[in-house]
Design a protein around this ligand. Structure first.
Ligand SMILES: Cc1cc2nc3c(=O)[nH]c(=O)nc-3n(C[C@H](O)[C@H](O)[C@H](O)COP(=O)(O)OP(=O)(O)OC[C@H]3O[C@@H](n4cnc5c(N)ncnc54)[C@H](O)[C@@H]3O)c2cc1C
Length: 328
């Protein structure tokens, strides 16, 4: 999603753009499996929204960046109206905030193809190419089938390889192995906020199904069938503590009828594991677990330009890769 928007922005600014994707742009990544909710705030409400987030983050956020993100989102999302069917509110106005991941990614792909961005699927970026002055001049990797090598020289490279929850079994995150972080670090970028990675998401045990909306109505039980005191806005901590004591089960019997009716539309994939198992989660208990979300939910990364380029020591395992010059 981030890569698609970056490509749209660059193309609209007049650049010729190639987007390489490790999977298939439209189905890979966490956006495609999720229901992304954008930070959609009207201009008058922004000072208060920014102040609230700043307080939540203990002052670590950057208000200027937040304002820029809000404005960019405000301007960008409506431009998809011809390729994405935004739902309407009671007054008939489009609702931009929450999108359905699969349709959202399909819309972005259609937009990219429509404006002439070259998309290369199944092409993992594995390294950045460097000019002799240290600036980045392209990237290279291999492509399926056959791991054929590719190499693209470019005036600018945007890394948008998602966060990483390295193989935590979080839905859609299998491809997100932190390659962009690695390449950025190799190029001298300073990563920040990497310590904020303690978010976990509940899922039925032995599945990757981290669509968690329905768990707002879950009742949790221990192995003996005793109801556990897990509820409220933060279930992760008490659930983690219960999981350390033994297996934990849940049922979704408290889900109101109107929500049940909407689940197949809001989270079409949520009920699939239950169907396969022949379990009715609204009547029967099923085992649950937690999956780490790593840095998938957003982490800061300062640009290399804020730091002098790192000179790699001889023993640096990254040095050999980064030393490949553009003109080689
Ligand atoms: C369970 C869950 C719930 C969430 N809930 C919310 C929410 O309510 N609100 C919200 O705003 N956000 C939420 N998020 C976060 C949000 O979904 C993500 O921040 C956002 O979708 C990330 O978009 P992205 O483009 O950065 O990453 P992705 O959509 O994951 O895209 C990254 C892409 O990079 C590709 N890639 C990886 N490595 C390479 C490589 N070496 N070469 C080429 N391509 C590569 C991958 O294949 C992938 O397609 C949630 C996330 C999860 C997992």
């Amino acid at each position: 999603m981030a890569g698609a928007w970056a490509a749209i922005g660059a193309r609209r600014a007049g650049a010729s753009v190639v987007l390489v994707e490790k999977g298939w742009l439209g189905t890979s990544g966490v956006t495609a499996t999720a229901g992304p909710g954008h930070w959609w705030v009207a201009p008058d409400d922004r000072p208060e929204a920014i102040a609230r987030r700043l307080a939540q983050s203990g002052g670590l956020n950057d208000p200027g960046w937040m304002a820029r993100i809000l404005q960019t989102t405000w301007e960008s999302l409506p431009t998809l109206a011809d390729v994405y069917a935004f739902p309407r509110d009671d007054q008939g106005l489009p609702r931009y905030r929450a999108l359905r991941g699969p349709e959202y990614m399909r819309a972005l792909r259609r937009r990219l193809e429509g404006i002439g961005v070259t998309i290369i699927d199944h092409a993992a970026a594995q390294e950045l190419l460097r000019h002799s002055d240290g600036s980045i001049g392209g990237s290279a990797g291999t492509r399926l089938p056959g791991h054929a090598p590719w190499r693209i020289e470019a005036g600018a490279v945007v890394l948008a390889t998602g966060g990483t929850a390295f193989r935590s079994r979080l839905l859609g995150s299998w491809n997100n192995t932190g390659d962009g972080y690695l390449m950025a670090a190799e190029a001298g970028a300073q990563l920040s906020g990497m310590e904020f990675t303690a978010v976990y998401c509940v899922a039925p045990a032995r599945t990757t199904m981290t669509r968690s909306m329905s768990f707002a109505f879950a009742t949790y039980h221990d192995e003996a069938g005793q109801v556990l005191p897990i509820g409220g806005p933060d279930i992760t901590r008490p659930l983690a503590q219960a999981l350390m004591r033994g297996r934990v089960f849940a049922d979704l019997a408290r889900t109101p009828a109107d929500i049940r009716a909407h689940v197949p539309t809001i989270s079409p994939n949520f009920l699939l594991p239950f169907r396969r198992w022949g379990i009715d989660p609204y009547r029967q208990k099923f085992e649950v677990t937690l999956h780490g979300e790593g840095t998938i939910r957003g982490i800061g990364c300062q640009s290399a330009s804020k730091r002098p380029p790192r000179s790699a020591p001889k023993s640096d395992p990254f040095g050999a890769r980064l030393s490949r010059p553009v003109a080689a």
